[in-house]
Structure formats: structure tokens, C-alpha cells
Design a protein around this ligand. Structure first.
Ligand SMILES: C[S@@+](CC[C@H](N)C(=O)[O-])C[C@H]1O[C@@H](n2cnc3c(N)ncnc32)[C@H](O)[C@@H]1O
Length: 264
């Protein structure tokens, strides 16, 4: 057993986007050593199978339906580590991207529990890879912004749309399927070119993966066929349109775009 996982330690581990081969070797080693694993809904069985010695505890969240609230999860992690167990808190993608890591770090610190982070491949990176695209583009996309489209229940989605529309760069929008129509509306109203390329990546790296392409003013059509439990990341910007070839998916996506002026 490596020295970095003594009893009573918590590792916040990134599971990547779903494909077990996209897990880091370090994550695999930590899972093999774990005695208890608290995992999110997006973590699949093949990855959980890498923790054969561990008690597996689902603390999953899906489409805003929380099976355990964050303070309960914090309490479970702290309690398990306080009992001297080797704890893995396994999160989809990278733990530090919309992963509630700050709360878990704070809870551990408050109880004197040693805690470390093992990074993972975040959904935006995996989506770009699947779509054979770049997230940045020399001269055209000098910045990359990660955004969440998840708003608290009953609250509007608040972002500085003017700044986002002005920025020469790529927007990687997590949890954005439901809000896609309003995201497109806000960006276009704030001055972003309606023809800006978009890529919609669903279930990235899994056998059910789909990558759809189109333009910003057709984003609401692109997301129509996506189920509410299918994790989806939206990539918006010139960089994701810069490709050498047109895939079958792209042709399907383009065919789905109505030609009426309202949607041009
Ligand atoms: C709570 S956030 C966690 C993000 C995660 N920490 C990461 O770095 O990818 C969950 C969102 O990530 C995105 N996501 C995660 N896995 C994905 C996948 N395999 N395909 C597409 N989007 C994914 C979706 O937007 C999903 O709603």
C-alpha cells in the first residue's frame, strides 16, 4: 500500500467522464486500496468494480434530485474517516469542477481529517476529444470559460451575458440541457453571432455517447432529443467549429435545423 493513503484519510477522486479507461492510474490505485467509497450517480459499475475491497455507498445526485444533501455527505465522509477507514469520495469528471469539493475539504479540515484530491478528466475536455475539436483556437479562442447552467430551485440563471457574449473564447456549459434555449437567447441578445458553432455532447465516453453540432441559433433544436438524465455538456465558440471533416452526427444535427428565418 502506498504511503499516501493511511487509515483515516479521505481522497476526493475524479472518476472522469465515464469510460473506465479515462480514469488515471492513481485513481485506480486509490480505489483498489479504499475501504469505503462514496460515489455519485454518474459513476458506472465498471469503475466501481475497481474497488473490490470497499463498501460502496451511493450518494448520487441526478437532475437536481438529491439522494443525500451535501451536509449529509460531508458528515458521512468525516464519520468514516474518524473510524480509521480509508475513504474515497468518487466524483464524476474532475472533483474541482462543479464538484462541491470546497464543502468536503472544509468538513475534513474542521475535523482534522487528512484529505487530498486526485484530479480527473472533466466533461468539457472529454467532449472536445470525442468531437475531435479543440477548446481553444489560436487567435480566435484565447479563453475558455466553464459555466454551470444549474440554478437553485425557483431562481433564474444569472450570468453576465454581455461579458460572455463579448468574450472571444469558448464556453463550456455544464448542466445546460434544460437551459439551452435561454442560454442561446441570452447570448444572441447580448450580441454573440447567431452562427457561432456549438457542440452538444451527451454521455461522453460511454457507449451511448452522442455528439451533435450546429449553430447557436439552433441550440434549442439540438438538445430536444436528449433525455433529462443524460449528462450533457454544451461547447459554444469558434474553436469547436474548426474541424476538417463533417461527421454523420453533424449531418444529422444540421438536417434537424429548420430553415425558417426565425431559426436562422
Ligand atoms: C455536477 S456536474 C459535475 C462535473 C464534473 N465534476 C466534471 O468535471 O465533468 C455534472 C455535469 O457534468 C457534465 N457531465 C459529466 N459527465 C458527463 C458526460 N459523460 N457527458 C456529458 N456531460 C457530462 C454534465 O453537464 C453533467 O450535468
Amino acid at each position: 500500500m502506498a504511503d499516501d493513503f493511511p487509515p483515516g484519510t479521505v481522497w476526493l477522486v475524479g472518476a472522469g467522464p465515464g469510460d473506465p479507461e479515462l480514469l488515471s492510474r492513481k485513481a485506480e490505485r486509490l480505489l483498489a486500496a479504499a475501504e469505503i467509497v462514496f460515489y455519485d450517480a454518474l459513476v458506472g459499475e465498471e469503475i466501481l468494480a475497481l474497488a473490490p475491497k470497499a463498501q460502496l455507498v451511493s450518494v448520487g445526485k441526478r437532475s437536481g434530485r438529491h439522494s443525500k444533501d451535501q451536509s449529509t455527505i460531508d458528515g458521512l465522509i468525516v464519520a468514516a474517516a474518524s473510524l480509521g477507514r480509508r475513504v474515497v469520495r468518487l466524483k464524476g469528471g474532475d472533483p474541482s469542477v462543479f464538484g462541491r469539493v470546497a464543502e468536503e475539504l472544509t468538513a475534513c479540515a474542521e475535523h482534522g481529517i487528512p484529505v487530498r484530491i486526485c484530479p480527473g478528466i472533466t466533461a468539457a475536455s472529454a467532449a472536445a476529444a470525442s468531437g475531435l475539436a479543440s477548446l481553444t483556437l489560436r487567435g480566435a479562442a484565447r479563453q475558455l470559460t466553464f459555466l454551470t447552467a444549474h440554478a437553485k430551485a425557483g431562481e433564474a440563471l444569472v450570468h453576465d451575458w454581455d461579458a460572455l457574449a463579448r468574450a472571444k473564447g469558448t464556453l463550456a456549459i455544464y448542466m445546460g440541457r434544460a437551459a439551452a434555449p435561454s442560454i442561446a437567447r441570452e447570448l444572441i441578445a447580448a450580441g454573440r453571432d447567431p452562427a457561432t458553432p456549438v457542440m452538444v455532447a451527451v454521455n461522453v465516453s460511454l457507449p451511448t455517447e452522442r455528439v451533435l453540432r450546429g449553430r447557436l441559433d439552433a441550440l434549442s433544436f439540438l438538445v430536444r432529443t436528449i433525455g433529462q438524465d443524460d449528462p450533457t455538456v454544451l461547447l459554444i465558440g469558434e474553436a469547436v467549429g474548426a474541424r476538417g471533416s463533417v461527421t454523420e452526427d453533424r449531418m444529422i444535427a444540421l438536417a434537424a435545423i429548420p430553415s425558417s428565418p426565425a431559426h436562422r
